[in-house]
Design a protein around this ligand. Structure first.
Ligand code: BMA
Length: 322
């Protein structure tokens, strides 16, 4: 990130020993931020020009799921378009989409790539791109239904685009592991490999039902750092928390370390109360030297921010890894 851009940041609260901590102004974006919205959550933010751009999941008051572009000078105060993104055909004329949700955004080489959960006879991974968040182009879906949580790496790996995803079912999916797939051209995806599975209940129950990639991975001295969500099934339904993993730089199918303890779990009122209580769902991470700011969906209702120091997070992942 260029020095001119000032990333949203707050120091760790006095007396706290948490590895990651919440922004005191949370939620950053409330549910009624645009006139049509019922909820705004699970959204992705990237540095753009002298500030930030984002792709936001805004469900409307008919609870139709769609993605919207937004802009901010500081990552905190957002102007989100009142109309959803209208995609033009990119590398295909087949751009059917019954709904769009849970976007991620990645700069690769010459453009911003957007992935999202695309409704095509059930959920699968939609792909699109934009050069400046004004015109948007939609590409072939990456996979057959059913799949969710498609997250691109920010650079080609061994000459190919690489994407994490989570094969699922057509409903609320009581299972799910993270896979990686490769593509030479953003049309054909293959070489699918399993990356991470759920954990045994007695070992790390917060991630024993399903896991899914969260933020676009970024390189650190130890490898790719990726925030992900983990889910436990409770007597009141699913509970979503955030952990992180370090993946091998040259072969990201190889997990070097992974949090056995969560980094952030639903505890703040806006994470406990909302359309779906008990959800912390990371979708993007900004970094600035040693610091990271993670945007996450809170209770399927609002967008929130958490902060941490990258060296401390790496140390925590290694220390709590099994
Ligand atoms: C998942 C997705 C997410 C949502 C989560 C919790 O299956 O639908 O968009 O945040 O459930 O409801």
């Amino acid at each position: 990130m260029s020095n001119k851009i000032i990333m949203p940041w707050e120091e760790r609260p006095q007396g706290s020993t948490d590895v990651m901590w919440r922004y005191t102004g949370n939620p950053v974006i409330g549910r009624y931020h645009i006139p049509s919205s019922n909820s705004i959550f699970n959204s992705a933010v990237v540095p753009f020009k002298n500030g930030f751009a984002g792709v936001f999941r805004c469900d409307d008051k008919a609870v139709r799921m769609n993605i919207f572009a937004g802009f901010s000078p500081d990552g905190i105060n957002w102007k989100i378009d009142h109309e959803p993104i209208r995609f033009k055909p990119g590398n295909t004329a087949m751009i059917d989409s019954e709904y769009k949700y849970d976007p991620r955004v990645t700069w690769i080489e010459d453009r911003w790539w957007i992935t999202w959960c695309n409704g095509y006879h059930g959920p699968t991974i939609g792909i699109g791109y934009t050069f400046g968040f004004e015109e948007f182009f939609q590409c072939e879906n990456a996979f057959l239904p059913f799949n969710r949580n498609g997250v691109l790496f920010p650079q080609k790996i061994n000459g190919k685009y690489a994407m994490l995803s989570r094969p699922s079912d057509n409903g609320h999916t009581p299972f799910g592991d993270i896979y990686i797939s490769y593509s030479p051209d953003m049309v054909y995806w293959g070489e699918h490999r399993c990356v991470m599975k759920t954990t045994p209940f007695a070992q790390s129950a917060w991630q024993c039902t399903k896991i899914g990639a969260g933020s676009v991975p970024f390189l650190t001295k130890d490898g790719w750092l990726m925030f992900y969500h983990g889910v436990i099934t409770t007597c009141n339904g699913f509970r979503y928390s955030m952990g992180a993993a370090i993946l091998d730089r040259n072969n990201p199918a190889k997990v070097l370390y992974r949090t056995n303890e969560y980094l952030l779990a639903p505890a703040a009122p806006y994470e406990l109360q909302g359309d779906v209580p008990n959800v912390v769902f990371p979708c993007s991470a900004l970094q600035d030297g040693n610091r990271v700011a993670v945007y996450y969906g809170a209770a399927d209702t609002a967008v929130a921010l958490a902060f941490g120091y990258i060296p401390e997070i790496l140390e925590f992942i290694k220390r709590t890894s099994n």
